[in-house]
Design a protein around this ligand. Sequence first.
Ligand code: XIL
Length: 355
Amino acid sequence: MRKVFFTLFLAVDFFCSAQQIQVPSLKEAAGFSIGSSIRFVPFMQDDVLRQLQAHHFDSYTAGSDMKMYQIAPREDVLQWARVDSIVAYTQKHNQRLFGHTLIWHSATPRWVEKKAKKNPKWLDGFMKHYIQTYVGRYKGIVDGWDVVNEGFNTKGAGYRTASIWYEAMGEEYIEKAFRYAHEADPDAVLFYNDFNIERDTLKFNSMMKMVTDFQRRGVPISGIGFQMHIRMDIPNEVIAYTLQRAADTGLQIHLSEVDIIFNTHDDSKGGGVQLYDRLTESMRLKQAQKYADLVHMYQDIVPKSQQYGITFWGFNDRDTWINRFFKLRDWPCIYDEQLNPKPAFYGFLNALDAP
Ligand code: XIL
């Protein structure tokens, strides 16, 4: 009896994965790179996820494995083993590795914060050493980096001042991070990356002021990352407007963390507000349209030479960070909780121009 069950399970498992793979590949349908964030450890143990990832994506972003608290967990320790394994995986599968992220207030280890609070002058030297060791080690291997992540206030205008980097170094920490990274790998594509810039024009304007100032003064920035964690009711007109202005800089444009939620939250951990308790067919179809709209806007507004690519922040509703982080039940991804493609997948796919 047990054996029958086991065989049945294997058969079902095989059937499912075959089904899931038998859809067109996103990377083959797109004229730019397509990626997803990945949590390496569960990923390497999940055959279906690995097959889907290799089928659809030619770009790899680590969900958290490349953040500072993973690399520098204690003073005088830099641990590379996980990143080396990721490099091996991406090279084996011929994928672009994108580095997320060098400097982010939210991924700064406690020991760095403590030390910098006591001795603010120490932080610049640490930053330089950290960035140059890290970027230097993966020179020519990591294609591009989110050099600074979320340096502007969650809402409205102005720099995020509640960050040890700002407190210890002032707003110059951002340009210093770019200069250090560029020195370590002059060919790496260097991004400033943030959220809500596609909807909050005060925040967007603050970022643009910094970006254009960097360009004028020769600070080595090469791209703008729109995280693009959007909601169904974020107007396309505002997204198109901000994308257009960002593209007008001539820089690379990366939609770096795409997902589309139905519910809402206050941008803080655990801050989810459950508006919908289930996903109806009409919601699934509307989401497909929103994914298609996003692809159309990206292709129509961003010149080909500036299309760094589109990266999903996880590609299935089972594993999405949204539910864990905001304490919500939402369905923001292109694959569902059973790892089957949703209408959102087809919306995205069918909107892609052939390469
Ligand atoms: C998220 C990860 O996906 C979660 O697993 C982790 O608990 C918190 O960070 N903006 C970013 C990403 O730039 O690094 C965040 O990733 C999601 C929001």
